[in-house]
Ligand binder design. Structure first.
Ligand code: NAP
Length: 256
């Protein structure tokens, strides 16, 4: 049985990557693609898909909605998912505390998967970071993300997710620092340096660096093509459509 999809952000870079991939993936049928009134995607629409401009139309007759847009639009889609009980996969980053609260409430009634990075490699990177932080206790930790110059947020959602992984793994509060000041070893919280580069067309690189006086260990991931995120998101969508209400991560969909 094909999975009926709603795609939000049809004119965007990720929306375009999803539509390009979906032309050749018979597991899915694109029902609706949301754009702003008057906008048209660069990609031709898969057969049977219609352009829509409202959340209500996007969620109508769909099994899963994919959202790679902006926090404001994502907020509206969380409300639609709650109302229609159609599962929602959110790839949009830079969500506010208020939106997290809204989606946590909504996830009591509908399945929602949130991932700032839908690639398989970054799910594995998170596992490695979790283990390494436990083993290399006391090492300095730095996170670096590099992206294209049009990216709207910094640090990236993936860098923040890696920070959360470290916090969960060590069970202590983590304070992000930017090296305007020195590390303060006497501080109660673990200090982790965050640094962002925004240059040219870089699709997404992440480095997590563990350093002591004697050695430096670097774990890293590089995206070579945006279809990586599209493929991961579609894997997540297939998994999500049959889940009970709840708040899920990409690692749940990958069973790792
Ligand atoms: N999870 C992952 O693996 C992953 C990977 C890459 C990117 N991302 C995240 O996904 C999001 C989108 O990234 P992108 O590179 O595709 O960005 P983008 O090229 O700027 O695309 C954003 C899309 O959302 C639409 N949009 C935004 N606000 C809207 C509104 N209020 N009403 C209607 N349409 C609206 C834009 O329409 P207009 O063009 O008309 O503005 C555009 O189609 C970002 O948060 C990014 O960080 C996540």
């Amino acid at each position: 049985m094909t999975v009926r999809l709603g795609i939000a952000g049809g004119t965007g870079r990720m929306g375009g990557a999803l539509l390009a991939h979906l032309h050749q993936d018979s597991r899915f049928q694109v029902r609706a693609v949301r754009v702003r009134p008057g906008s048209v995607p660069h990609q031709t629409l898969p057969e049977g898909a219609r352009l829509v401009t409202t959340g209500a139309e996007l969620f109508e007759d769909t099994d899963v909605v994919l959202d790679f847009t902006s926090p404001a639009l994502t907020r509206e889609h969380i409300t639609c998912a709650k109302g229609t009980k159609v599962p929602l996969l959110i790839g949009t980053t830079n969500l506010t505390q208020e939106i997290w609260q809204h989606l946590s409430d909504a996830s009591e009634e509908v399945a929602i998967l949130v991932s700032s990075n839908t690639s398989l490699g970054v799910a594995v990177l998170e596992l490695l970071v979790e283990k390494t932080a436990k083993i290399l206790k006391g090492y300095d930790i730095e996170i670096l993300d590099a992206h294209h110059h049009l990216k709207k947020d910094a640090p990236s959602g993936t860098a923040k997710a890696l920070l959360d992984v470290i916090e969960r793994s060590l069970g202590v509060p983590v304070e992000a620092i930017t090296h305007k000041t020195q590390r303060k070893p006497q501080n109660q919280a673990l200090q982790v340096g965050l640094c962002s580069i925004r240059a040219g067309g870089i699709l997404g690189d992440h480095y997590v660096i563990f350093g002591s006086e004697d050695e430096v260990l670097t774990l890293s991931h590089r995206c070579l093509d945006r279809r990586l995120f599209a493929k991961g998101a579609l894997h997540g969508a297939l998994w999500l459509r049959s889940q009970l209400p709840g708040l899920y991560r990409m690692s749940d969909a990958l069973s790792i």
